[in-house]
Design a binder for this molecule. Structure first.
Ligand SMILES: Cc1cc2nc3c(=O)[nH]c(=O)nc-3n(C[C@H](O)[C@H](O)[C@H](O)COP(=O)(O)O)c2cc1C
Length: 401
């Protein structure tokens, strides 16, 4: 099927700079959530001084409802290994790590076998294709903490430390694994490398929208009829994904879709004609994230959805910084008060203020984005919050009052 031909082509026919140029021209952006331009990240690591550099594949995939990366690793692990080897050649690294969560035993098993096969055929290890390029890949198994998907926490975890994040800058591209320049990309990002090298940047950039190129895999879950993975060109509308491919909901009407996992937000059905790309989702108050798409019908309570995500974030907060550790607990308590009809409008105002504080003051992306599901449901479904407030209690003034 032409496997490892792009690696051969890169090693023998392209310079490292030419590989980076091709990835840059393709317009590929990181599929791990942030959408950072991949070519730019590779170029930054490539030009860092130092002999020892590393390539890391982020296969932590912690978003509830997301299983895009698992599917790639289980079905086509060689594609990811090849993408990492091409990255190693481009940035000048000869050692890569795949950080995959322990909850993915089949993916780990198949990756292990694929690495053994590649080594046996001389596609990994020393003197790949007798070209003078050496590249080895090791697997590191994470214990399944959401925060370990954050790049600096992931690096600490590989180093054998506690999976806590640290402030950036310096970014891993400058100071990464064991203090060395490190390239860290998502599974799906690496899976996009071989088709770009094989078919060219022009072909790749002909797919998608002006600012978001190529295709994106989404995990459709929730109340939708046909759950599963869909791969669509960037720019496909939410309606096509949820109603045509997903078949809508079984009963009632589609009310909203949640994208971006615990860092994202809910998009109401009135915006379903929006073409999906990094910018359009941000304008709607959510984000692409890694590709989880949870569909909600009109029986779903949006306040309870916000409460669910906050429960997730308070449990997954690593506790290193106070705004996230204490803020997510407080926000969860406030949401529970609203769900139980015990809150007043002032509580909602205080909750909004606390959301801003947690966003602005948290150390890493977990805390900085934890309030997003609350803010987006408040933006679009405030009436549901108001309907849950404490019922007005008749008060009778006493004679003394
Ligand atoms: C709390 C948190 C969890 C994250 N989880 C993941 C993850 O599971 N997989 C992933 O690829 N990126 C995750 N990221 C993003 C990574 O920090 C990093 O930006 C990404 O791996 C870079 O790869 P890309 O440029 O290919 O997207 C997470 C970020 C945060 C703040």
């Amino acid at each position: 099927m032409g496997g490892y031909e792009p690696l051969y082509h890169a090693l023998y026919e392209l310079s490292s700079a030419a590989v980076i140029e091709e990835i840059t021209k393709s317009g590929l952006r990181g599929r791990g959530g942030g959408g950072y331009p991949t070519g730019l990240k590779w170029a930054t690591v490539a030009k860092m001084p130092g002999k020892q550099k590393y390539v890391i594949c982020n296969a932590d995939e912690g978003d509830p409802g997301a299983f895009m990366d698992r599917s790639v690793l289980e079905s086509d692990p060689h594609r990811v290994l090849e993408g990492m080897a091409i990255a190693g050649y481009a940035i000048g690294a000869n050692h890569g790590f795949i950080y995959v969560r322990a909850e993915y035993p089949l993916a780990i098993q198949r990756l292990t076998k694929a690495i053994q096969q590649a080594k046996k055929y001389g596609l990994l290890g020393s003197q790949i294709f007798e070209s003078g390029f050496d590249f080895k890949i090791d697997i590191r198994i994470g214990a399944g903490a959401f925060v370990c998907g954050e790049e600096t926490a992931l690096i600490h975890s590989i180093e054998g430390g506690r999976g806590n994040p640290r402030p950036r800058p310096p970014y891993p591209a400058e100071v990464g694994l064991w203090g060395c320049p490190t390239l860290i990309n998502n599974v799906e990002t690496y899976a996009n490398i071989t088709p770009i090298i094989r078919k060219g940047a022009e072909w790749y950039s002909s797919i998608g929208t002006a600012g978001s190129k190529g295709t994106k895999v989404f995990a459709l879950t929730g109340k939708v009829q046909h759950t599963g993975l869909v791969e669509v060109p960037m720019g496909t509308t939410l309606r096509q994904i949820v109603e045509e491919m997903g078949g809508g909901v079984a009963e009632g009407r589609v009310k909203a879709v949640q994208t971006g996992g615990p860092s994202g937000g809910c998009i109401p059905a009135v915006f379903f004609d929006t073409p999906v790309d990094y910018e359009s989702l941000q304008q709607l108050g959510t984000m692409m994230g890694s590709g989880g798409m949870i569909v909600m019908d009109d029986a779903t309570s949006m306040v309870e959805i916000a409460q669910f995500y906050m429960d997730f974030c308070r449990g997954e907060s690593c506790g290193k910084c106070v705004p996230c550790r204490a803020g997510t607990v407080q926000l969860h308590e406030m949401l529970t008060k609203i769900v139980n009809h015990q809150a007043t409008e002032t509580d909602i105002e205080q909750m909004e203020a606390l959301c801003q504080m947690v966003k602005e003051m948290s150390l890493c992306g977990l805390g900085q984005s934890a309030p997003n599901p609350v803010l987006s449901t408040l933006r679009y479904f405030k009436e549901e919050y108001l309907a849950r407030l404490r019922p007005e209690v008749e008060t009778f003034a006493t004679a003394k009052d």
